[in-house]
Write a protein that binds this ligand. Structure first.
Ligand code: NAP
Length: 301
């Protein structure tokens, strides 16, 4: 299966290229700009069977003041990709977010729950979902959440796990919110699952539509941070202060509970592993604690 990966140097895109090794056409921002339909013509030459669009404007707070730019990439860009996919009869895979939900449900969101974004980023991604659904002949919307991966989010200048370890290494104070719940997710796991999912397509054809792909279980950001240092064996030495999200002066509102449930994946018999196992794997694999703290990893459990 030939797969074009748009946003190939990004955090998720780079792991997708690895997961689809031998089948992937990596397309970076330099190769094409989804805002420009002309540049998408490169797809006509490559003729992939599947196009995975990971390109996005991901800076949630900046989107509040650059709403036009966020919509240009996340919504109009998605429309351009949908039209380009139709021309070559490719399946269009749009990567979306837990931030399409408002958080009021208070328990994990399933694919059929009704979105109600509360910030510009979420709204622009939801617009991208709708345009993908209504303009694509063949599509999947894949919602992911709270990503971390080897490359770090290019748009955000890194990921949360690396940032916390860096702060600890610098001896900086660590304050983390304990009233916002989410599904932290390893980009390697999403990439491998998406490969299995799309391979299934040939055999049993999952219906086109929306799917959630996140690591199982959920936690708040404070517990997530505790687990980072617990796995590294540094939990006793690092003081993490729980704070309320209202204490953070952020420009964008964020859903207080945005955990996702992989309901439709489960129905297909596909299971993601638990977030703690995924986090441990990430820390071990990247040998981060080892490198950054200058000590051997003392993995627990
Ligand atoms: N990070 C998260 O926690 C999170 C959570 C939920 C959902 N998501 C979604 O997951 C996807 C991947 O996120 P990520 O963390 O991998 O972000 P990322 O590292 O910032 O990757 C996005 C990639 O898209 C490229 N890009 C940006 N604008 C483009 C354009 N107009 N045309 C072509 N390429 C463009 C960027 O290239 P340059 O950097 O060179 O511009 C970058 O390589 C996004 O759709 C995001 O909305 C992310």
């Amino acid at each position: 299966m030939k797969v074009a990966v748009i946003g190939a140097s990004g955090q998720l895109g780079s792991d997708l290229v690895k997961a689809f090794e031998g089948e992937a056409f990596p397309l970076t921002h330099r190769d094409l700009d989804i805002e420009d339909p002309e540049s998408l013509k490169v797809l006509n030459k490559l003729k992939p069977e599947v196009v995975i669009n990971t390109a996005a404007y991901v800076r949630v707070d900046d989107a509040e003041v650059e709403a036009e730019k966020a919509f240009q990439v996340n919504a109009i860009g998605a429309l351009n990709v949908a039209k380009a996919c139709n021309e070559i009869e490719a399946v269009n895979v749009y990567i979306s977010t837990d931030y399409v939900f408002d958080g009021a449900k208070g328990e994990p969101y399933e694919e059929d729950d009704v979105p109600n974004p509360i910030n510009v980023y979420g709204l622009s991604k939801y617009a991208g979902e709708i345009l993908t659904r209504n303009y694509s002949e063949k599509y999947y919307v894949i919602r992911v959440a709270s990503l971390y991966g080897k490359a770090g989010a290019r748009g955000k200048g890194g990921n949360f796990v690396d940032y916390m370890i860096q702060r600890a290494k610098n001896g900086e104070e660590i304050k983390v919110v304990n009233d916002m719940f989410m599904s932290s997710t390893y980009t390697k796991d999403v990439s491998r699952m998406l490969k299995r999912f799309l391979d299934l397509d040939l055999a049993i054809k999952p219906a086109f539509g929306v799917y959630h792909i996140v690591n199982e279980g959920y936690c708040n950001w404070y517990n997530f941070t505790k687990e980072i240092f617990n796995i590294s064996g540094w939990d006793a030495k690092i003081q993490i202060m729980p704070i309320k999200s209202s204490e953070l002066k952020k420009l964008a509102r964020r859903p207080i509970f945005s955990a996702l449930k992989n309901k439709k994946l489960d129905d297909l018999g596909l299971r993601m592993r638990n977030w703690k196992e995924a986090l441990k794997d990430y820390l071990m694999e990247e040998k981060m604690v080892d490198e950054w703290m200058g000590r051997g990893l003392k993995a627990r459990g």
